[in-house]
Write a protein that binds this ligand. Structure first.
Ligand SMILES: *[C@@H]1O[C@H](CO)[C@@H](O)[C@H](O)[C@H]1NC(C)=O
Length: 298
């Protein structure tokens, strides 16, 4: 018990950063997946009403359903776009900067959501949802990388598992505050959709107080002093030379390997089986029911 406690004190910087990364990383992703099913009836009614106000006649129920399905699925399209850009951006810019950029996108989306009802525009819900997709597409890619790079080897398994913990926590939070008694009511649904701006805001103001990942500072920036400083801040005082040597070795190895682009990975015959395996795992994972709550709107 005493050992666990002293580790908690020693690595408190690390644990704080894990929390900050989680709250704006995989948390909003899980949140948006579960939260959208709650205001379904209200938003469909809202689409109908705004249409009547603009054009004088109600929309066909099937058109409303189509628009609603589009609102749900445009999130995935945004996510796709976000993750595509993210790989390129994180090699070019600092992960911290990219993550804060994602927070800004989510905040803009939250503002758009919050005012959609007042502005009587269902298009704003579409745009907001798309931006949420882009933002979480970013953060869902950055979060696992960042959190893996900041931890010492012995804690890496634990830190990597926090990604799915925060994802599940996000889903749960979405389910709880989506209840009619909290924010899922007809009057409050815009605030329900906007509420994830809060986690983005928390991360945006706290992340600058933490260092970038030590391996990034050493490998990409070649700044050993900054790397040491970051490690001291995250892992406390003590002898971390062995870990720094490991990053050095990684840096030396990096020189002889080149980074592959998506197309090169698809073309490379020697990577074929790894590619098949990860595609199979990732696609079948989607069929296991993990995202079935998204289908509640039917
Ligand atoms: C749309 O509004 C009209 C008029 O209030 C109503 O008759 C119709 O049932 C509504 N359609 C849907 C799908 O809610």
């Amino acid at each position: 018990m005493a050992a666990v406690f002293s580790e908690l004190v020693q690595f408190r910087g690390l644990f704080q950063l894990i929390f900050v990364l989680g709250i704006g990383g995989s948390f909003p992703y899980g949140f948006h997946i579960s939260v959208i099913s709650y205001p379904s009836a209200h938003i469909r009614k809202f689409i109908n009403e705004t249409w009547i106000e603009r054009h004088g006649s109600p929309l066909h129920p099937e058109t409303i359903m189509l628009l609603w399905s589009f609102i749900v699925s445009v999130y995935g399209m945004g996510g796709f776009l976000g993750s595509l850009c993210c790989g390129y951006l994180t090699t070019k810019y600092r992960k911290q900067k990219c993550q804060m950029c994602a927070n800004l996108i989510i905040l803009v989306a939250a503002l758009i959501m919050a005012f959609s009802k007042t502005a009587k525009s269902f298009e704003m819900i579409l745009v907001g949802r798309f931006l949420y997709g882009i933002g979480t597409g970013f953060s869902l890619n950055i979060h696992p990388q960042y959190v893996g790079e900041i931890s010492p080897k012995k804690l890496r398994g634990f830190t990597n598992s926090t990604v799915s913990v925060f994802l599940t926590l996000g889903k749960l939070t979405g389910q709880v505050i989506g209840l009619r008694e909290i924010l899922g009511s007809e009057a409050l649904w815009p605030w329900l959709l906007a509420s994830s701006g809060l986690s983005a805001l928390v991360q945006l103001v706290t992340l600058p107080f933490f260092p970038d990942s030590p391996s990034y500072l050493l490998i990409q920036k070649g700044n050993e002093e900054a790397c040491r400083k970051a490690i001291r801040k995250l892992w406390g005082e003590g002898d971390h030379q062995a870990e720094i040597d490991d990053i050095m070795k990684e840096k030396a190895a990096m020189k002889s390997t080149k980074t592959l682009r998506v197309l090169e990975i698809i073309k490379d015959r020697s990577l074929r089986w790894q590619l098949y395996t990860s595609v199979t795992v990732m696609t079948t994972l989607q069929l296991c029911g993990i995202n079935a709550d998204i289908l509640l709107f039917f």
